[in-house]
Design a binder for this molecule. Structure first.
Ligand code: HEC
Length: 168
């Protein structure tokens, strides 16, 4: 009986190790503190984005009626500004604010959507991006290789799964 317990114990430990190491979605998720000072970063869009500028927006990001602002950290800035070619380097963080439309002008912030360029192999078929959506106060609501984000952002494959850059 004792041997059986020991065998079971070892099995559990080994399975835990294999599970933790084998699934890229379990890689340490990004913390709110890594992007919450985004408003001091470089702004990507010169003017507030509204309408459907890409033709693929659909119901995402407060729809065409909402208002959007995009910020990028220092690591991603050279690619975002066109100084360097795609893909973005590891450590790039792009934060997008989506605001409601309040009688034709910018209303309340509904969420932040964030893209974080993770280590090679994190999401190899889709550019190794971690996707994050926050609550209105900036606290993380969901994160990881979120399929709803990936499906649409796949259409921006030629720009490393993004749509907007500073030259637009
Ligand atoms: C149906 C399409 C669609 C879905 C779903 C979608 N996005 Fe986007 N996203 C866009 C478009 C289009 C833009 C370009 C800016 C604009 O028009 O507002 C964009 C822009 C962004 C940007 C700024 C960088 C860029 O691509 O220009 C981030 C960050 C972002 N999205 C994150 C997310 C996250 C996180 C999710 C999932 C929670 C998500 N998106 C889901 C269409 C989508």
């Amino acid at each position: 009986m004792k041997k059986l317990f020991i065998a079971l114990f070892i099995f559990v430990i080994i399975s835990t190790v294999i599970y933790a190491g084998g699934n890229s979605e379990d890689a340490t998720p990004t913390q709110t503190s890594e992007f919450i000072n985004y408003s001091s970063w470089a702004k990507v869009n010169a003017e507030t984005i509204t309408g459907d500028v890409t033709g693929v927006l659909g119901a995402a990001h407060e729809r065409s009626k909402g208002f959007r602002e995009i910020y990028v950290n220092e690591i991603g800035l050279p690619v975002e500004s066109g100084e360097e070619d795609y893909p973005f380097p590891e450590g790039t963080i792009i934060v997008k604010e989506s605001f409601k439309n309040d009688k034709g002008s910018k209303g309340a912030l509904s969420n932040l959507t964030v893209m974080v360029k993770r280590e090679s192999g994190y999401s190899p078929d889709y550019g190794d991006w971690e996707y994050i959506i926050t609550k209105p106060d900036g606290a993380i609501a969901q994160q990881g290789t979120l399929s709803v984000c990936i499906k649409c952002h796949a259409r921006g494959e030629d720009k490393d799964y993004t749509f907007i850059n500073s030259s637009m």
